[in-house]
Design a protein around this ligand. Structure first.
Ligand code: ADP
Ligand code: MG
Length: 397
């Protein structure tokens, strides 16, 4: 099903409400990473270039009480956006009311306004996060059409996405959301084969839905990272002090059974006696972990095996690092997978998951990947095959 995108709208002279994801990290009201602002620029520039009156809004952090408001204003984001756009961004420090309405009415074609953190509406009864019908309706009344470009909250039904969409004439995806739909949705629904999924990270429990959904769709699923040990334990092997979810052993057995011939486990492991970057490292076979050892990264044989499987892949989805990549001595497996993906010329490579995306970016592989998802939780739910309310609410073409 094709979704309406921002280029399908006739925005000339229209007031366009745009839900962006400006949930940027801040320290003392200074933005420490403005990537999300940069990523939102194409949609904003397109609208301004086509003479729309643009009304931007976003959430920023969690706001439950009046005290939580401190340091959660979007004002610094408006200032930063002004630098990127090279034009005035009028900031209205309210989420509703006469001042906001007057400022929106005063907008001329090609001008842009931003209003305050949508979650300021959560103080009084979680109106934004619980999709209060009155709030969605009110916000919708402020514009002619709605563009959703916030993938990070697309797995939630909030007033600022689903609520507005239910009360306005036209709803389209922004370029960023369109990209997520195209790559993640495309990989899961119509992958070019072979389709190889790489799953890692800390826990099987977090990724059950993803593993189950991909078992039906992928040709191979490579399992690395901390979740390996729950699988090994379920096979009756010693996993020492490695992270292991004892309450998920039956589930692991079930997944191994269902995934016969598809699930590929690690052969060798970097083990240590303590959780530290400087601990002495031994390479152990998967069935030779000692009771006082913990596995913190995949070993060289495993990396070679995984890389070999990846060589022929035409679609790759990666979620979850191969080891404790935060420790440089245990980042090798994760970096090795980055290299394997970077060397594929002819494959679509998709990174989902917050830590996996961070690993790829930190290690300088961002421009070698086809797509790095901007939404951790949303990308996981999308990979689980769930319908995302923030995507479903966009008009079909
Ligand atoms: P994502 O955010 O990409 O979905 P997760 O949150 O599931 O990934 O997992 C990331 C975390 O898993 C990292 O903090 C990493 O240190 C941890 N991890 C990976 N392998 C291991 C391991 N062998 N032992 C302990 N933690 C691990
Ligand atoms: Mg994570």
């Amino acid at each position: 099903m094709a979704k309406k995108i921002v280029t399908d709208l006739n925005v000339e002279g229209k007031t366009v409400l745009v839900r962006v994801d400006f949930n940027v990290p801040m320290k003392d009201s200074v933005i420490t990473d403005d990537n999300r602002i940069v990523q939102a620029l194409p949609t904003i520039k397109h609208l301004l270039g086509n003479n729309a009156k643009v009304v931007l809004f976003s959430h920023l952090g969690r706001v439950k009480t009046e005290e939580d408001k401190a340091g959660k204003s979007l004002n610094p984001v408006a200032k930063k956006l002004e630098e990127y756009l090279g034009k005035k961004v009028k900031f209205v420090p309210y989420t509703r009311g006469v001042e906001l309405e007057t400022a929106i009415k005063a907008l001329k074609n090609g001008e842009v306004l931003m209003f305050e953190n949508t979650r300021f509406e959560d103080i009084d009864g979680k109106k934004e996060s619980k999709n209060d019908p009155e709030l969605g309706k009110y916000w919708a009344s402020l514009g002619d059409m709605f563009v959703n470009d916030a993938f990070g909250t697309a797995h939630r039904s909030h007033a600022s996405n689903v609520g507005i969409a239910a009360n306005i004439a036209e709803v389209a995806a922004g370029f960023l959301l369109e990209k997520e739909i195209k790559f993640i949705g495309g990989a899961v629904d119509i992958p070019e084969r072979p389709f190889v999924a790489i799953l890692g990270g800390a826990k099987v429990g977090d990724k059950i839905g993803v593993i189950k959904n991909l078992l039906d769709k992928a040709d191979k699923i490579l399992i690395g990272g901390g979740m390996s040990y729950t699988f090994f334990k379920s096979l009756g092997l010693e996993v020492g002090t490695s992270i292991c979810e004892l309450d998920k052993l039956d589930l692991a057995t079930e997944l191994l059974e269902a995934g016969k011939g598809k699930l590929v486990l690690v052969d060798d492991i970097k083990v240590t006696k303590e959780f530290s970057n400087d601990a002495e490292i031994r390479i152990a076979a998967f069935d030779d972990i000692q009771p006082d050892e913990m596995g913190l990264d995949i070993g060289p044989k495993t990396l070679a095996k995984f890389s070999e499987i990846l060589k022929d892949a035409k679609t790759v989805v990666w979620n979850g690092p191969m080891g404790v990549f935060e420790f440089p001595h245990f980042a090798g497996g994760t970096i090795g997978i980055c290299e394997a993906l970077a060397s594929l010329d002819d494959a679509t490579t998709i990174i989902g998951g917050g830590d996996s995306a961070a690993a790829v970016i930190q290690n300088g592989f961002a421009d070698k990947m086809t797509h790095i998802s901007t939404g951790g939780g949303a990308s996981l739910e999308y990979l689980e095959g769930k319908a995302l309310p923030g995507v479903t609410c966009i008009d079909e073409l």
